[in-house]
Design a protein around this ligand. Sequence first.
Ligand SMILES: Cc1cc2nc3c(=O)[nH]c(=O)nc-3n(C[C@H](O)[C@H](O)[C@H](O)COP(=O)(O)OP(=O)(O)OC[C@H]3O[C@@H](n4cnc5c(N)ncnc54)[C@H](O)[C@@H]3O)c2cc1C
Length: 471
Amino acid sequence: MDYDLIVIGAGGAGLAAAVTAAQAGLSVIVFESETEIGGSTQLSAGMLTAAGTSVQRELGVEDTAERFYQHYMDLNQWRVLPGPTMAYCEEAAAVVEWLKELGLELPAQESSSAHEPGLTRAGVEDVWRGHVPKDQGYGLVQVLDRARRSLDAELVLNTRVSELLIVDGEVRGVIADGVEVTAPNVLVASGGFGQNPDLVAELYPEALGAGTYGFSVAAPGSRGDHIEFARQHGLSLFGHGWGLLLVTASFQRYHHWQSGFPPASRMYVNAEGRRFMDEDAPYAISPGILKDNDGFAWAIFDEEARLRLPSGYADWNSENILDQVALGLVHRDDSLPGLAVQIGVNARSLETSTARFNQLMTEGVDSDFLRHQTLQAKGTDPRLAPIENGPFYAVKMVPGELVCTHTGLQIDANARVQNQFGEPVIGLYAAGEAAGGVLGERYVGGGNSVAHALTFGRLAGLHAAARVAAS
Ligand SMILES: Cc1cc2nc3c(=O)[nH]c(=O)nc-3n(C[C@H](O)[C@H](O)[C@H](O)COP(=O)(O)OP(=O)(O)OC[C@H]3O[C@@H](n4cnc5c(N)ncnc54)[C@H](O)[C@@H]3O)c2cc1C
């Protein structure tokens, strides 16, 4: 055999496995299809969800893996795999400590967003579990890659693995750019399929619900090669139809870091013109609420709100709103009844909803949808300016931004891949978006996917090391 472990993909999952295995003395090679490492992990905030970490303890946050597990399973209605999910909940904290030992800066301080290092709450967590590292996903990838280099784990860029070599239920290696490379252990860490429209249509059709307003922010290498591997070798897939979609305006084309954010003082109404949700509901649940309401919301705001939009963002800035009016993607009218006619909702409902919104939100207590609690949790004043002076604006909000996909090779608690009969393929592992079983229909909170990638990458590395030691 040429190596002890072959890793397919130099994103978060792949690098975590490579470093773990190399620390245990294994000879490792990582193949990366693109010209640079990092994949979606590098594009992310690098936020890691984990329970029972030293960061939480230093901040007095009491948390346990059991509590995390219960919350995770409940939110996913127990439709994910309990064993691997428990392994994830139990091991994520150890991954955070390991990353800190490798040099990741993760200060024990409260953070108000995914951009500020420290501990935050970004989803619907019952306690603060979102660990934001310094320099976000880029910083995380750099720390892992520095460790990889210091341990002499090889990296080959610009080299796409096209085939797995599996003989009699055991993995033997891969074909990388037409060359056979052998190893008794192979990790599939090739990310998701967010950039492969055919696979999205087949395996996550809901992501096409936004039609022409949809876009993907996943890294270019997210072509879903793990699905092809599954088909070549009869491997089991799990997580059909699941992934993460963010609610975006019809004119948005970028992740919110570039796009910016809609005005705080905005109201979402449904196709009837009635307010139906907390406009700041976390992304773990907002796409699901839209799904139950014809798949979209109209965001209503007024002239003052438009003028208050900060400059410097690509999509949500006051000038662009006017440009979008000209393009027909934002509707504008001097009166609310006129706006209602333009967007085809009931004028009386829209006026009633607006009056109620103004009453509740100016008082700072949203007794209908509890938005004040969401705002307070973000450290924002829950009292919002009323929507009262025209011209008024309406823009369609859709689950338009595809972030990650969750259909992957079915794994067990040690990241071992199973075939269609439920048998582990000896020596074959999957981690990250290429793995199925833990990432569910509901994205549990900020850091769910990065922590998942690194945890199963690390578990795969540890299991492969144990196999090599035992051989
Ligand atoms: C803009 C953005 C923000 C996000 N923010 C967060 C966040 O803050 N927290 C969170 O938890 N999640 C976040 N996510 C999701 C999260 O980043 C990813 O789900 C996770 O990092 C995936 O890790 P991975 O290792 O599975 O895949 P990746 O990091 O995408 O790595 C896969 C690698 O494999 C390579 N590859 C693909 N096919 C092959 C092949 N055949 N041969 C060789 N190499 C191959 C790819 O080029 C890529 O480099 C975000 C995603 C995006 C796009």
